[in-house]
Design a protein around this ligand. Sequence first.
Ligand SMILES: Nc1nc2c(c(=O)[nH]1)N[C@H]1C(S)=C(S)[C@@H](COP(=O)(O)O)O[C@H]1N2
Ligand SMILES: [Mo]
Length: 199
Amino acid sequence: MSFVTTGFGGRRRREEPDLPPGQYLAHDFPVLSAGPTPRLSTDRWEFVITTETGEQTKWTWAEFTALPHEDVTVDIHCVTKWSKLQTGWRGVAIDTLMEDVESAADFVMAHSYDGYTTNLPLEDLLDGKAWVAYRYDDEPLTPEHGGPARLLVPHLYFWKSAKWVHGLRLMLQDEPGFWEAAGYHDYGDPWREQRYQGD
Ligand SMILES: Nc1nc2c(c(=O)[nH]1)N[C@H]1C(S)=C(S)[C@@H](COP(=O)(O)O)O[C@H]1N2
Ligand SMILES: [Mo]
């Protein structure tokens, strides 16, 4: 079942009942990057978790791709209002990456190879809710979409899913990332339409 609403500029948009408020269905896969696409070689790629005490756990590409992975089908929601349903990914659950990491932190800053950052509560990355994804639609993740690997946190707006992710820094106190410091919401729940600070 679907109903029709009048969107921006009087354009008629079909709003699906399983879309968060204000979102429309995209059939393509838009690319949204704040800067140029970095070209990263998996030879020198690494993923690093840094705790609040400065201890680091690192994986090379070979080590990372040898970890147990999960294939997931999830809906994604961009704050620019497109959503894409039933996208298929392969990734390593953050639970798996955090298994041997000792930390008392409640917050995480994701850091990317292009300098992008985004903050999240640690609990939003655990219990099967988030992955470092390296395949999309049965293919290696393309550079435009964050390859070799990106964060995938589908229950929050897609800006939280850092492309070209390099690592996670565990923090005792929350700090804003790139878009959050520019006025976007700290948490970014699409179902509560948390687009901007104060929403
Ligand atoms: N490193 C990095 N990650 C990023 C971004 C970025 O500019 N740099 N853009 C974010 C935004 S705003 C969105 S909507 C999604 C877009 O992912 P896509 O280009 O694969 O659709 O990536 C997010 N992750
Ligand atoms: Mo976005």
